[in-house]
Design a protein. Structure first.
Length: 198
C-alpha cells in the first residue's frame, strides 16, 4: 500500500511540471502577440504619416500649375532661368533615383532657386520644389535639344482641309520635383512631368 501512495504523489508532480510548461508556452505566445501588434501599429502609423506628407506635397503641384496658366509667372518666359520661380530652363543634374541634386543640398538649392519653401498644413512641414525644363540648353525649345511630347489628332470635320491628317502639336516637357520635410527630419520626394503647348 505504501507503494501505491508513493506513485500517486509522483503523478501529481508530473502534472504540475506539464502545467508549468503549458503556462510558459502561453506566456511566450502572449508576449509575441503583443509585440506583433505593436509593430503593426507602428508600421501603420508610419504609412499614415508618409501618406499625409505626400498629400501635403500636392500643394506644390497645384501652385506650380497655376504659374503655367493665364496670368502666371511662367506662361511665356520659359526660355531662360527664373530663380524667383524655382525654374531652370535646362535639365538639372539628378542622383541615381532621379531626384535633382539641388533638392538634397540647401546650398546648391539657394543658388538655383530663391522662392521660399511652401509651409504645409502644419508648421513643421516644409515643401520645397524645383521645376526644370527637359532641354539640354536654355533658349527656344528645339526638337533636337528638348524632350517633346506629341499626340496625333484624329477625327473632326475639318480634317479634309489638311488632306485627312493634321500634324500633331508638340509640347515641351517640364519636370516638377518636390521634397516634403516633416517632423523628425522625415523626407518624402515626389516627381511629376507635364507639358505646356508651344
Amino acid at each position: 500500500m505504501k507503494t501505491l501512495r508513493h506513485s500517486r504523489s509522483r503523478e501529481r508532480g508530473v502534472v504540475l511540471i506539464f502545467t508549468l510548461i503549458v503556462l510558459l508556452i502561453l506566456t511566450i505566445g502572449g508576449v509575441a502577440l503583443v509585440r506583433s501588434m505593436q509593430n503593426s501599429l507602428f508600421s501603420a502609423g508610419n504609412l499614415a504619416f508618409r501618406r499625409d506628407l505626400m498629400n501635403q506635397g500636392e500643394q506644390a503641384v497645384s501652385f506650380v500649375l497655376t504659374q503655367f496658366t493665364a496670368g502666371g509667372a511662367l506662361v511665356a518666359a520659359t526660355d531662360a532661368d527664373l530663380p524667383a520661380q524655382n525654374y531652370k530652363a535646362s535639365i538639372l543634374p539628378a542622383n541615381a533615383q532621379g531626384v535633382p541634386t539641388v533638392l538634397l543640398d540647401d546650398t546648391s538649392f539657394s543658388a538655383v532657386a530663391t522662392h521660399g519653401d511652401i509651409v504645409g498644413a502644419t508648421p513643421d512641414v516644409q515643401i520645397r520644389y524645383v521645376i526644370d525644363r527637359l532641354c539640354n540648353v536654355p533658349g527656344p525649345p528645339l526638337s533636337t535639344a528638348c524632350v517633346q511630347s506629341s499626340a496625333a489628332v484624329s477625327g473632326g470635320s475639318n480634317l479634309s482641309a489638311y488632306g485627312g491628317t493634321v500634324p500633331p502639336p508638340t509640347a515641351t516637357v517640364y519636370r516638377l520635383s518636390i521634397r516634403v520635410l516633416g517632423a523628425r527630419n522625415t523626407q518624402v520626394f515626389l516627381q511629376t512631368t507635364f507639358t505646356k503647348p508651344n
